[in-house]
Design a protein around this ligand. Structure first.
Ligand code: FAD
Ligand code: MLT
Ligand code: ZN
Length: 481
């Protein structure tokens, strides 16, 4: 299954944990936040998909930045490798150890530190769970600029470290725009205070961006400052069926043109994804009357309840008349809207229940997105079920291949085919999930050798002994000597 991980050798330069190390960590953190319990370690060693598994003997739970700093300073001096972990919902094997790396989880650092109701800037610790932040903001009349299916478990620190995209990116942009500042601790325990709250600040290099999307390879993010948005009074959601991919594409163009200022999500799934959800999740039904090849969710968010709804209704009617859409329904209340979202957000869970899954997260020109799904279907025949869904509005396809079990023959048909296909179209082999251990060696499909070499220099500058999340993000061969 996790063939990428099984090819790697443990770096012999790293020390192995001994009892003196454990005693030292207990002095820093206190007994109860140094976890040696087998069951808790089993969970922390295993990723969300149950595809990647490490053999760490220790998890550390720091309560503040100072403790993170002391832990890292010690690990660096001993050359003990570590893996930063948040909610452990990552999908590329980045959040679990490959071998015996010490797990550092900032889940106890979960306080909101400040919220400015004028600017909407929220400052919080990295271990805050995304959904808890959303609930906090809801009471103040604000929303987070990002939302994703893993919201109940993922941490804001994990979101920042993966540069998570999610369902609202089309409206509020990526975390490179909405994260205004952060605090991070580098390998030697240095605390970098970049926790600004300003929209504009052109004083020198904007180093916070190095930590957005670097997947724990350059430092541990301990605090985040993020721009949130006012909660607007009218949110509407349409669930739409389309007979072919070209219609989906045309609908996107029309939606941007006609719903532009209120458009807040444009998501899609194909019929194979719909069937999977209907078969594996309880209480889900298809909102439109008959089954179709594609389904689109269009969400609008605005401040004029009557106008916004009429606008979406008129758009849907016009699209039906033009033949772009074969059926469609607008949610009548919040419960119906959640049931629509459940279909789209539930695909990941349904795939996990269905058996083995090979996940690819690609950015491609929108007109190419479904060609790769069809090509792969042709290539794999009845060996596996190929599914396409994702953030169509952002050009991000989630290409998933579901099979009864992991097998090398199947994998050999998928890789490097998918990566070569993506590279040929100048796409990205990781749109929003990161590279983790799964794709560390594949980075060259999307980045030039010169660019990767500069990345490796930056990594060596910030983490000379390579203790932070080894074997992830960059090819391991660059660091094994
Ligand atoms: P983890 O999984 O714990 O870690 C992810 C990576 O970040 C690891 O490399 C880890 O070392 C590093 N890391 C974690 N915390 C820190 C920290 N404090 N400092 C430094 N490094 C750290 N992703 C999307 O982009 N869009 C989606 O729509 C989306 N939907 C999802 C839906 C489901 C059901 C699931 C299971 C996952 C989904 N994901 C999605 C993937 C995943 O949830 C996101 O990548 C999320 O941001 C990870 O957060 P986490 O706290 O769980 O991090
Ligand atoms: C999604 O958009 O559903 C997430 O990125 C998770 C996935 O790709 O399965
Ligand atoms: Zn996604």
């Amino acid at each position: 299954g996790s063939s990428a991980a099984s090819l790697i050798q443990r770096n012999p330069l790293f020390s192995s944990l001994d009892s003196k190390d454990v005693s030292h960590f207990k002095e820093i953190l206190g007994e109860k936040n140094v976890i040696e319990d087998k069951e808790r370690l089993e969970t922390a060693n295993t990723d969300w998909m149950h595809k990647y598994k490490g053999s760490s003997k220790l998890m550390l739970l720091p309560k503040n930045t100072e403790e993170v700093s002391q832990i890292l300073e010690y690990c660096d001096s001993r050359r003990l490798a570590v893996v930063p972990q948040g909610g452990n919902t990552g999908l590329v094997g980045g959040s679990v150890p490959v071998f015996d790396e010490v797990i550092i989880n900032v889940g106890l650092m979960n306080k909101v530190l400040a919220f400015d109701e004028v600017s909407g800037v929220l400052v919080c610790e990295a271990g805050c769970i995304l959904e808890n932040l959303a609930t906090f903001l809801d009471r103040k009349g604000f929303i987070m600029p990002l939302d994703l299916g893993a919201k109940g478990s993922c941490h804001i620190g994990g979101n920042v470290s993966t540069n998570a995209g999610g369902l609202r990116l089309i409206r509020y942009g990526s975390l490179h725009g909405t994260v205004l500042g952060l605090e991070a601790v580098t390998a030697n325990g240095n605390v970098l205070d970049m926790l600004g709250t300003l929209r504009k600040d052109n004083t020198g290099y904007d180093l916070k961006h190095l930590f957005i999307g670097s997947e724990g390879s350059l430092g541990i993010v301990t605090k985040v400052s993020i721009l949130t948005q006012p909660k607007l009074s009218s949110v509407n959601l349409a669930f739409i069926a389309c007979k072919d991919y070209l219609s989906c594409q045309k609908l996107l163009v029309e939606a941007k043109r006609n719903l532009g200022e209120i458009l807040s999500a444009f998501e899609f799934l194909d019929n194979n994804s719909m069937d999977l959800v209907l078969n594996h999740l309880d209480g889900v039904r298809n909102p439109v009357s008959s089954s179709e090849n594609f389904y689109i969710l269009i969400e609008t968010t605005g401040s004029d309840e009557t106008n916004d709804r009429e606008k979406l209704e008129a758009f849907l009617l016009k699209s039906l008349e033009k033949g772009l859409v074969s059926d469609g329904v607008i949610a009548q209340d919040i419960n119906q809207a959640s049931s629509f979202w459940r279909i789209r957000e539930g695909i990941t869970e349904a795939l996990q229940k269905a058996g083995a899954v090979y996940k690819y997260d690609l950015s491609l020109p929108v007109e190419e997105i479904y060609n790769i799904v069809n090509d792969l279907r042709g290539r794999l025949g009845d060996l596996a079920n190929v599914m396409g869904y994702g953030h169509l509005g952002d050009g991000n396809l989630h290409l998933n291949i579901s099979a009864a079990e992991y097998n090398d023959k199947l994998l050999g048909l998928i890789e490097p085919y998918v990566y070569e296909w993506t590279s040929k179209h100048r796409g990205s082999i990781s749109a929003e999930h990161g590279l983790g251990v799964m794709k560390a060696n594949e980075i060259f499909y999307s980045k030039s050798p010169e660019t990767v070499a500069l990345m490796a220099s930056i990594k060596k500058l910030l983490d000379p002994k390579g203790i932070l999340n080894p074997y992830k993000v960059l090819p391991h061969s660059l660091f094994s000597h």
